[in-house]
Write a protein that binds this ligand. Structure first.
Ligand SMILES: Nc1nc2c(ncn2[C@@H]2O[C@H](COP(=O)(O)OP(=O)(O)O)[C@@H](O)[C@H]2O)c(=O)[nH]1
Ligand SMILES: [Mg+2]
Length: 177
């Protein structure tokens, strides 16, 4: 790999409980049509997505609690950006609190943690929480998303781009000193 390419390579990790939409988020970034088939992920899926000048490696970790606690530690190390995905239900938002606490031990202090409050298309009457509520509870920057809607692809890319641009600036400074 060329060093210029390496320079623009970012490791973006995605964690979250089973069925919150992690794999769908990967598909949203890498495909235009999104099927709704649910296949629980075993271990992890690794996808490379290129957009603008960025090459990002997305790691979609299995949501199963056991796996996350026993194996993901090493995989989370070295993440440039970490997404914690929730399905925006009150129960799962609390679960995300545990995941965030757990993950903070394994990512660098300067790795941004972003919460994705997914399944925003679900009815409020079913307990779906607004991103702002989720953010108030978790005290972590939160964006709402409907990952099954291809029209939200740009929105997700912009979220990632904004964070990666900050990291790129930081890397440039590190090289300069
Ligand atoms: N209604 C709705 N369903 C979603 C959304 N995102 C994912 N799903 C569905 O939730 C199920 C689990 O998604 P998946 O990405 O496999 O979850 P994972 O276990 O976290 O990887 C699938 O049937 C998806 O189609 C969303 O934004 N809204
Ligand atoms: Mg999955």
């Amino acid at each position: 790999m060329l060093s210029s390419e390496l320079h623009n390579l970012y490791k973006v990790s995605i964690i979250g409980s089973p069925a919150v939409g992690k794999t769908t988020i990967l598909k949203l970034l890498s495909k235009n049509t999104i099927d709704r088939i649910y296949l629980p992920t075993h271990g992890f899926d690794l996808k490379t997505v290129k957009f603008d000048s960025f090459t990002i490696k997305l790691w979609d970790f299995a949501g199963q609690q056991g796996y996350l606690q026993s194996c993901s530690r090493d995989h989370l190390l070295g993440s440039d950006l970490l997404f914690v995905v929730t399905d925006s239900s009150p129960k799962n938002v609390l679960k995300s609190r545990e995941l965030i606490n757990y993950a903070t031990h394994f990512v660098e202090n300067n790795c941004p943690i972003i919460v994705i409050a997914n399944k925003q298309d679900l009815a409020k009457n079913d307990g779906r929480m607004e991103p702002k509520r989720v953010e108030d509870i978790l005290h972590v920057k939160t964006y709402g998303l409907t990952a099954i809607n291809p029209a939200e692809r740009r929105k997700l890319m912009n979220i990632i781009k904004k964070e990666l641009e900050k990291i790129a600036k930081r890397r440039m400074k590190e090289i300069a000193f």
